[in-house]
Design a protein around this ligand. Structure first.
Ligand code: UCC
Ligand code: FAD
Length: 582
């Protein structure tokens, strides 16, 4: 019985081993590719020291606020204690701190101040890349705010939106406004042209009153919004389809009794992820609005917002991958199994290395699109740059959205059972990643957008793609260590060219079936070329070469592989349907 005193599991004694948690370190210092990329393209000391300082703040302060946003999600208070309708969306103090921080750090403003010329967007997006996984989804309102500012700027800053523009792009927390983006209605979010039932009734003072139901409105605590509606003529008639849509700007305000003016918040959505942020269903009941676009030019006018929010989405996707890799590799130094650290199990490190390759590819692809955006905005873009930006925006959004889910899911497994435990904060990364391929255009809708922009440019966007991708390989000529990667990208480019030429002669519907595989092929091949180009830079490391080789080992051109198997033949849709509904 004397031995009982030493039994470690007894009464309050629950054993002496406790696993060290993974530690978030400064995400700027921890990211070799981010620092390499910036040394190459934006070596300004001011930018680098700001990013390093911000990385420190993210790790030591902001990350905890992000967790607070998750633990203290928004709620909707419909009525005050005396029964008056208030529709108040109550958000956490941490969510409000995120708003102030976003203004102070210039997370939208940087894109409009343009202190680093054509590299300003790269700088802004690098900051958002560090912020995103710790932001409690505050990157969502920032994306829409940036998109709204971009639309207002591109349409022209009239007196009706002058104040809004300056508040959306300010660094002053007390003046900073955020914007919503209310497009989706109950009938459909992809097919906005058919889905929009909201009508705009002209008023004698030149403004409009909106009546409709917006089915998804995220970050609904926004100060203003951009939205689509159909203008009614004198007889109350509207034009159907996309050609009947007009873009409006509206402010979200309250009357002296505290009631929202022209809006009823029906309910908050009960979501898989993004729970830190309110997403509401809104009845627009006479919301006062200002017409921003010409009548019938709503979709074309909101397209600038879509470009910006899709780029933000891609940044968040790459950032989610980066975060899970950083935490998983840290954990691998702390966790022991079968007598050694996880990092010393070669199979585990191989898994981490594969995640790292995906993350690096995603980062370079997104940064390249930010580079193009910056060139366009600072007036130095060539026609090739502009065409490339149009093509690569949907491509990068759809590809990184899918990568993020796969990499984050793999990342959770790296923590074993703990990766599945809510109180570690890890599952939220996966739940939040899942939305990235749904909102701002699903994978299929963006694949079809790729086809449409190719068709409408009479092939010019593809010409830009082939010319630029080929030019990225130039620096690798004669670099023997990269030869297998260069050969793969070269082969993929000529196969893609043949595929596209051949597809032009096929029956209608052929390209529609190939759309997703084509978009993936464009993404993989372009990213391969970017990785090769980066590996040839004078400051590149052996790991940069290794990444390029590994990336280019995969099937860069799934559209060609599947074409050879007859996947897009006219008989396929009937076979697919028979299988699905078997
Ligand atoms: O989901 C949402 C918010 C979520 C929260 C924010 C997250 C931000 C990221 C945060 C990270 C954490 S808001 C809802 C988003 N909804 C969508 O993305 C809609 C998806 N559907 C589409 O994208 C469709 O392709 C539509 C709606 C654009 C299709 O409409 P149409 O009318 O059939 O389109 P058309 O006929 O192709 O194009 C009409 C005009 C054309 O210009 P014109 O008339 O001059 O020839 C097109 O060239 O619009 C132009 N256009 C574009 N221009 C259409 N799409 C684009 C584009 N992507 N870029 C440039
Ligand atoms: P549908 O259009 O019904 O699509 C269903 C499926 O059909 C998808 O897989 C789609 O790819 C596929 N599909 C549709 N058409 C085709 C086709 N032609 N070919 C092949 N496949 C097709 N919207 C806003 O406007 N503002 C917001 O703030 C906002 N916030 C959101 C927040 C969250 C958390 C979520 C989940 C959504 C939010 N949305 C918002 C809505 C979002 O943009 C839409 O859900 C999205 O665009 C898809 O529209 P849908 O839900 O109507 O799906």
């Amino acid at each position: 019985w004397e031995a009982t005193a030493q039994v470690p599991f007894s009464g309050a004694r629950i054993g002496s081993f406790f696993q060290d948690r993974p530690v978030l370190k400064n995400p700027f210092l921890e990211d070799a590719l981010l620092r390499g990329y910036l040394s190459r393209h934006l070596p300004e000391r001011d930018a680098l020291s700001d990013l390093c300082k911000f990385g420190e703040r993210v790790a030591n302060e902001v990350d905890e606020w992000g967790r607070e946003c998750e633990l203290n999600p928004p709620r909707l208070v419909h009525f005050d204690s005396w029964g008056g309708r208030v529709d108040h969306i109550v958000t956490s103090p941490a969510w409000k701190r995120m708003k102030d921080l976003s203004a102070q750090e210039g997370l939208v403003a940087i894109g409009y101040e343009r202190s680093f010329g054509e590299w300003s967007r790269v700088y802004q997006m690098c900051k958002l890349f560090l912020f995103s996984p710790s932001s409690g989804l505050y990157t969502c309102p920032l994306a829409m705010t940036d998109g709204a500012a971009k639309v207002i700027q591109s349409i022209g800053i009239s007196s009706a939106v002058e104040e809004a523009y300056s508040r959306l792009t300010t660094r002053q927390p007390e003046s900073f406004w955020t914007s919503g983006q209310w497009m989706t209605e109950r009938r459909g979010g992809s097919d906005v042209g058919d889905g929009t039932e909201t009508v705009a009734v002209p008023q004698t003072d030149g403004s409009y009153k909106l009546h409709g139901f917006k089915w998804f409105t995220s970050a609904t605590d926004a100060d203003v919004t951009l939205t689509l509606a159909r203008v009614q003529d004198r007889r109350g008639a509207t034009t159907p389809g996309s050609k009947g849509l007009t873009l409006f700007y509206a402010e979200v305000s309250r009357d002296e009794d505290g009631r929202l003016k022209g809006i009823e918040v029906q309910r908050l959505k009960d979501k898989l992820g993004t729970r830190q942020m309110p997403t509401a269903e809104l009845l627009l009941d006479g919301l006062q609005a200002h017409r921003l676009s010409e009548e019938g030019r709503g979709v074309a006018s909101i397209a600038n917002m879509l470009t910006i929010t899709r780029i933000h989405n891609s940044i968040s996707a790459a950032a989610a991958m980066r975060r899970v890799v950083q935490l998983a590799r840290d954990y691998a130094t702390r966790r022991t199994a079968f007598g050694k650290r996880l990092k010393d199990h070669t199979l585990h490190t191989q898994t981490l290395a594969r995640m790292e390759v995906e993350t690096r590819g995603a980062f370079l692809m997104v940064m390249d699109v930010c580079r193009l955006l910056g060139r366009e905005e600072s007036g130095v873009a060539s026609q090739l740059d502009t065409n490339l930006l149009r093509l690569l925006t949907p491509v990068v959004k759809l590809y990184t959205g899918k990568q993020a889910v796969a990499v984050v899911s793999e990342g959770l497994e790296c923590f074993g059972g703990q990766g599945y435990m809510e109180d570690t904060g890890l599952p939220g990364l996966l739940r939040d990643a899942q939305v990235l391929s749904i909102w701002e255009g699903t994978t299929n809708i963006l694949s079809l957008d790729v086809l449409r922009c190719v068709a409408r440019s009479s092939g010019m966007v593809l010409h830009a793609y082939f010319t630029h991708t080929k030019s990225l390989l130039a620096s690798a000529s004669g670099v023997s260590s990269l030869a297998p990667a260069v050969n793969s990208v070269d082969r993929a480019l000529s196969e893609l060219k043949d595929f596209i030429q051949g597809a032009a002669t096929k029956a209608p519907g052929y390209l529609e079936l190939a759309a997703r595989d084509l978009a993936y092929s464009l993404a993989r091949t372009y990213t391969g070329a970017l990785l090769i180009d980066h590996a040839c830079w004078k400051g590149a490391s052996a790991s940069d070469t290794y990444t390029a080789l590994r990336w280019c080992e995969q099937d860069l051109c799934p559209v060609v592989t599947r074409q050879a198997r007859g996947c897009y033949d006219p008989s396929t849709p009937a076979l697919d349907a028979a299988l699905v509904y078997d």
